[in-house]
Ligand binder design. Structure first.
Ligand code: KIV
Length: 272
């Protein structure tokens, strides 16, 4: 809160300042208004409308089928729920790979139509020109290195990246290239903690880890994972802060029993 009691909105400048002060940055994914509002009230710094949407909300078995329309729709809902947090819209597969022009237009849609405050896209030096053009249009860009789920078929699965020296050097170089291209942050997914720490140390921009260890400037988790809602596959880097899957099943079973037995609705839930 400011001295005037107004809510201080988190911006790219706030995030960069937090790194300078050594203050950790918190990010979670959200895909809907209600969840975004709860996170915002709890004081989260950044909300990512991730294309993980495809797996945890839409039920696909990868992020590849997610479209720009899906992302615009869900980012809009999240933006309405967030009054303080910085909202980042994820650019889905094939929304930025075909041409720089198309990438800039799609990034613009997430800002203009969906109310995002920045965009995220996956890849290293091969997307540097895209990052540069989007950033030069005034759009804050979060890059994404290491395990990049949109390239799962090329990577051969969801596995730790940058384990051998050559791969580690390439990721480190990519991080620098993306910083120079104009990204203000980079997500480091599933990379050895030592490599993430070295990258964090070498950059002025902010690193956000997911399976990147404690030395990243900030952390991100998929909300459905950390709340224990999505239990089909739980990666090693996830800490479950709740077990909503169990709580939801218990509540729904009780509702079913009470409706079947006539306990619900009681007089207190009915009108005279
Ligand atoms: O789509 C997503 O949720 C992400 C995070 C895992 C960083 O990219």
């Amino acid at each position: 809160m400011s001295k005037e009691g107004k809510m201080n909105k988190i911006t790219k400048a706030t995030i960069l300042e937090m790194k300078k002060k050594g203050e950790k940055i918190t990010m979670l994914t959200a895909y809907d208004y209600s969840t975004a509002a709860v996170m915002d009230e709890a004081g989260i710094d950044m909300i990512l409308v991730g294309d993980s949407l495809g797996m945890v909300v839409l039920g696909y078995d990868s992020t590849l089928p997610v479209t720009m329309e899906d992302m615009v729709h869900h980012t809009r809902a999240v933006s309405r729920g967030a009054s303080r947090a910085m909202v980042i819209g994820d650019m889905p597969f094939m929304s930025y790979q075909a041409s720089v022009e198309e990438a800039v237009r799609n990034a613009g849609r997430l800002m203009q139509e969906a109310g995002a405050h920045g965009v995220k896209l996956e890849g290293g030096r091969e997307v540097a020109d895209v990052v540069a053009k989007i950033a030069s249009a005034g759009i804050p860009v979060v890059a994404h290195l290491g395990l990049t789920p949109q390239s799962v078929h090329q990577l051969g699965g969801y596995r730790v990246q940058g384990k051998d020296d050559a791969a580690a050097v390439r990721i480190k170089e990519d991080a620098k290239i993306l910083e120079e291209a104009g990204a203000f942050s980079v997500v480091l997914e599933c990379v050895p903690s030592k490599l993430a720490a070295e990258i964090t140390e070498s950059l002025e921009i902010v690193t956000i880890g997911i399976g990147g260890g404690v030395d990243c400037d900030g952390q991100v988790l998929v909300v459905n994972d950390m709340l224990g809602m999505f239990d089909k596959f739980i990666p090693k880097f996830v800490k479950k802060y709740a077990n909503l899957n169990v709580n939801m099943k218990e509540a729904i079973s009780q509702y079913i029993d009470e409706v079947k037995s006539g306990v619900f609705p009681g007089p207190e839930h009915s009108f005279k």
